[in-house]
Design a protein. Structure first.
Lengths: 201, 201
């Protein structure tokens, strides 16, 4: 495999990739996806423009690679002792991620990038698949405590616990808050307990 | 009030507005929001370009006005006799609206427009506020049948029943289907019955 994904950790290629990624995140945070340019990322990272073009291709490639690295990072998986507590923390993390003055604009830019470009959309899809998979442990633990019916689909529980936050953010344009997160988490727990997310045997 | 909203039904202004709106929808369906131009809408509607610019201002104004008219239209409110049946129909309508070969690209274009332009975002916000309000009757009926606890927030029930569809469409890039709609509806019912959406007294 060639391209940014082939970077060896610690090598010169990996350092270049990290620098370009940092510059991409900073530019996305300041100017959004619409304001992202290969030139500005090259200037900010100190990597030559032709190198950035050759290896990342476009702003969509830059956003996709920054997302790919984010997807590889471990997610802080809550362990509060109850499913509702865990999902509430998870949903609050989403709210914090989008309302934080520094991280918020970057997270928003990633979603908007995926709305405009198939390369970024594929990266965002992979990012969420990884997040859903990592969160399966919450549901496994809850099932082990007898909180949930057997065969509950973990990803479905997580989708239900976060979807209302994204719906407000990117569709209806309604405000989000900790209360919104808590209600979404409570809804996911009630639905999961009622067996709504059981997979057919 | 001036601008497109001041059109009297049946008058020349109203006919112009309807023609421009039809042309906007057709262009959105064929070319998406990114491909929408004032010139093409003017040409297609037979309304002079300078008139379109004067009254709608920009492509965002065109999309916002088309949405405003859509928000005024009555939504087919299901009446199946059970809350789950009603919400299932509602959620399936959303899935159909986005997967339909003709209506789907237009609905998608509206959401993407709102991601890029504050004028369109405001119109989409008003559109969903109207939809949520119209759907309150489902919950009132269900409460009347004794299916739901008193003080259940109707808009919250509806948000929960449709949010997972939008989350898959515009965030994770996962497929939607009737099964996705049915599960979201079932989750909303379970959560509503458990009292998750009761407003504080």
């Amino acid at each position: 495999m060639t391209g940014p994904g082939a970077a060896r950790p610690g090598g010169r290629t990996a350092r270049t990739r990290a620098a370009v990624r940092q510059a991409t995140l900073a530019e996305l945070g300041e100017k959004g996806y619409e304001g992202l340019t290969v030139e500005a990322v090259a200037l900010r990272s100190g990597v030559h423009k032709t190198t950035v073009y050759r290896r990342w291709g476009s702003v969509a490639g830059l956003a996709a690679d920054a997302l790919a690295i984010a997807g590889d990072e471990a997610w802080p998986i809550p362990d509060t002792g109850t499913l509702e507590g865990d999902l509430r923390e998870l949903a609050r993390l989403v709210v914090t991620g989008f309302t934080d003055p520094e991280a918020g604009p970057i997270a928003t830019a990633f979603v908007l990038a995926s709305a405009r470009d198939p390369v970024a959309a594929k990266a965002l899809h992979a990012f969420f698949a990884a997040r859903h998979e990592q969160s399966a442990v919450l549901v496994t633990r809850a099932a082990g405590r007898g909180e949930l019916p057997a065969g509950t689909d973990a990803a479905e529980v997580v989708r239900c616990a976060v979807a209302p936050i994204y719906y407000r953010l990117f569709v209806t344009g309604e405000p989000i808050s900790e209360a919104v997160a808590d209600r979404a988490a409570a809804a996911a727990v009630a639905a999961a307990r009622a067996g709504v997310f059981q997979t057919p045997p």
